[in-house]
Design a protein around this ligand. Structure first.
Ligand code: NDP
Length: 494
């Protein structure tokens, strides 16, 4: 049989009665103790916003309001920075091992309440429960464990130099990995002796506020960790505050550029973790079934709301038909729907605003002449949804090949030689990540040396470890998260 012809499924086609569907397997929400209203977390206590204003955070899978959350203005941000400043001397004066104990405590508490965090992350953000359960929450705990280990060994991060904390750190994070981004920024800052004010994204503030409960439970001194919720204006007030010494911004390149302009000429340090348009490169000698699994994971993990998503697939011309065929077969098996269902592969798009952006870019792909494939799937009536999509016939000038879609949309292009693959992969203003699939390690290493990307995965994609630095080149930002490199932005080196 030709590999491109559809194959009957031996189990089900002969005996249709054996064709098993998936019955609903919803994760229970009984573990959650949701409140109607959430306050700001300043100086170790929950306080309402001074203006009394609140905004709604919704479940993107149903559009139902989950809770109302306090909206911090400039006065609230000032109170949080004052609290962080007041806590700085005593926190940074603690022995490193004692700071480490607090971080270990936070890590263990996160593990103990992992299920609660996973359910809340999925409810507020729309990602499949199996991802928040198996990736987001364990990785967040792993970051606290990892940097707890550094707290009493800081001198080994910069041997032969004296070091000091930077001061009050402002952490502004996006909605795609809310708790993980919190851990990325808070864990190294605290290990290095700094205090922090964190602003979660407007659409996903709830796990940060649940984390504040752990901060109280772990007896972290008041003011060391402060959390102010709100929209872009709250983030801007934090950036502009004169007593902030370091800003860690994770988000879009457009907002990152504005922040870089705002702090230029000030004494504030800045690290930017911004967008991406990663190339995932498949050579004809790759294990193609394995590569197809990697391609699916690279672009459909977290609905494609991933800065390092493999959104540009570059396939060697000789195998493109086989890869596209296998990809379509695999797409037909993806389950899109209730994010709290343990069988779900693709959950809800995080917000109406993000869905509109995806639709706009999808339509540009059609009007510019690419061909879209979407498997048959029934999308729920309510909520924000987009079917997994693969565009073929894409040229490097198409918008879908150049702009970050941040959704479940893949653009397939081809190449003939490794040199052409490098040229096409590097033809982007971004530079966050890339993937190479080949059975030849020498080819993978040759490619890795030439790809302008902060991370290059070999025969895998989207793998993270707290000990491994992550970050970008060019318009993907600067600074590194993870490893000893992730400590440096939080240390004054003398
Ligand atoms: P945004 O840049 O819109 O928002 C990021 C954060 O900044 C949010 O908390 C947002 O608040 C806040 N914000 C918005 N405007 C301002 C402002 N003027 N001043 C200060 N803060 C502001 O990004 P998204 O939330 O849309 O996140 C998606 C982007 O994040 C993608 O481009 C993705 O690639 C990138 N990203 C990069 C990562 C990396 O490691 N390189 C990791 C994860 C995501 P609010 O949400 O309330 O508007």
């Amino acid at each position: 049989m030709n590999e491109l012809e559809p194959r009957p499924n031996p189990t089900t086609s002969a005996r249709p009665e054996l064709a098993l569907g998936y019955l609903p397997a919803p994760e229970s929400m009984s573990v959650l103790r949701l409140r109607d209203d959430y306050d700001l977390f300043i100086g170790g206590v929950f306080v309402p916003a001074r203006s009394g204003r609140r905004f709604a955070t919704e479940n993107p899978a149903t559009e139902a309001t989950i809770a109302l959350v306090a909206e911090a203005d400039g006065g609230d941000v000032d109170a949080a920075v004052v609290a962080a400043r007041a806590a700085l001397a005593s926190w940074s004066g603690l022995p490193g091992a004692t700071r480490g104990k607090f971080l270990y405590r936070l890590a263990r508490l996160l593990q103990e309440r992992a299920r609660e965090f996973a359910v809340l992350e999925t409810l507020d953000g729309g990602k499949p429960i199996k991802e928040s359960r198996d990736v987001d929450i364990p990785l967040a705990a792993a970051h606290f464990f990892y940097y707890a280990g550094w707290a009493d060994k800081l001198e080994y991060a910069v041997p032969g130099r004296s070091i000091a904390p930077v001061g009050v750190c402002a952490q502004i994070i996006p909605w795609n990995f809310p708790l993980l981004m919190l851990a990325w920024t808070i864990a190294p800052a605290l290990a290095a002796g700094n205090t922090v004010v964190l602003k979660p994204a407007e659409t996903t503030p709830l796990t940060a506020l649940l984390f504040a409960e752990l901060v109280i439970e772990a007896d972290v001194p008041p003011g060391v960790i402060n959390i102010v919720t709100g929209a872009g204006a709250t983030g801007a007030a934090l950036v502009e505050h004169p007593d902030v010494r370091k800003i860690a911004f994770t988000g879009s390149t457009a907002v990152g550029r504005g922040i870089a302009t705002a702090v230029a000429g000030s004494n504030k340090r800045l690290t930017l973790e911004l967008g991406g348009k990663a190339a995932n490169i498949v050579f004809d000698d790759a294990a193609l079934d394995q590569a197809v699994e990697g391609i699916v994971h690279a672009i459909f993990f977290n609905q494609g709301h991933v800065c390092c998503a493999g959104s540009r697939l570059l396939v060697q011309e000789s195998v493109v038909d086989r890869v596209e065929y296998k990809l379509r077969q695999r797409l037909a098996t993806l389950r899109v729907g209730d994010p709290l269902d343990k069988n779900t592969d693709l959950g809800a798009i995080n917000s109406r605003r993000q869905l509109d952006k995806i639709i706009e870019l999808y339509e540009s792909g059609i009007s510019e002449g690419a061909t879209a494939f979407q498997p048959e799937c029934v999308l729920p009536d309510r909520g924000h949804w987009f079917a997994p999509t693969v565009f073929s016939g894409v040229s490097p000038s198409h918008r879908i090949a150049r702009e970050e879609i941040f959704g479940p949309v893949l653009s397939v292009m081809t190449f003939r030689t490794p040199e052409e693959a490098v040229a096409k992969a590097n033809n982007t203003p971004y530079g966050l990540s890339a993937g190479v699939w080949s059975e030849k390690a020498s080819k993978v290493l040759w490619m890795a040396e030439r790809l302008r990307a902060g991370v290059v995965w070999a025969n895998t994609f989207n793998r993270f470890d707290p000990a491994s630095p992550f970050g970008g080149y060019q318009e993907s930002g600067f600074g590194r998260v993870g490893g000893a490199a992730g400590l440096l932005p939080y240390l004054e080196v003398r």
